[in-house]
Design a protein around this ligand. Structure first.
Ligand code: GRF
Length: 188
């Protein structure tokens, strides 16, 4: 089975996924894609000798370039990991129930357009929440709205800073995302 990961930034989740599948029997990360030519995730991909592809807005939303590349490489599962653009219809149609995302909150709370990165954790802290978590879900045409596959929770202790809350979330993401991907691939 062949995985493609879309990421716009650092790619710490992509890193964990590449590590997990590096010596795997039946699955591999076959491609890393980004809308951002400066994304650190591209460096990480090079370190793992995983091919990369960078695209711009016009190519992504007005051509089939990305879809054709995924088909050419026989991609089975599309994994979004810190990818900040909405997925276009042509891609959703070619990969029904085969595109997943991870979000650093307990959806449907603290999701949607503009809810990414530190803003999510800041909103959670501002609301005085005593717990937060992560959500892995199928992707549809809206931000953070597809069917939920998996959630994990952590406690927010009094005095936890934004960095601490972010770190707790990241730890859970890194632990669970590779395993959930592996489980989904087994069922395919
Ligand atoms: C993660 O927190 C993920 O939930 C969100 O974007 C962040 C990506 O982090 N969608 P990284 O690039 O994997 O380090």
């Amino acid at each position: 089975k062949r995985i493609a990961i879309f990421a716009s930034g650092s790619g710490s989740n992509a890193q964990k996924i590449m590590e997990h599948f590096k010596h795997h029997d039946t699955a591999e990360v076959a491609l890393i894609l980004s809308n951002n030519p400066d994304a650190y995730v591209l460096q990480r991909a090079d370190n793992f000798e995983v091919p990369t592809h960078v695209f711009d807005r016009q190519a992504f939303y007005e051509t089939d370039e990305v879809v054709r590349l995924l088909e050419k490489l026989h991609i089975d599962l599309v994994v979004l990991a810190g990818f900040l653009w909405l997925v276009p219809q042509n891609l959703l149609q070619k990969f029904p129930n085969k595109i997943i995302n991870i979000h650093p909150a307990l959806l449907p709370a603290y999701g949607g357009k503009g809810m990414y990165g530190d803003r999510v954790h800041q909103a959670i802290l501002d609301a005085g929440e005593e717990e937060s978590g992560i959500t892995i879900h199928f992707v549809n045409e809206h931000f953070d709205e597809g069917e939920i596959i998996y959630q994990a929770r952590f406690r927010i202790e009094p005095g936890d800073s934004l960095e601490v809350v972010k770190f707790k979330g990241q730890q859970l993401e890194h632990l669970h995302y590779p395993k959930i991907i592996e489980n989904l691939l087994k069922k395919m």
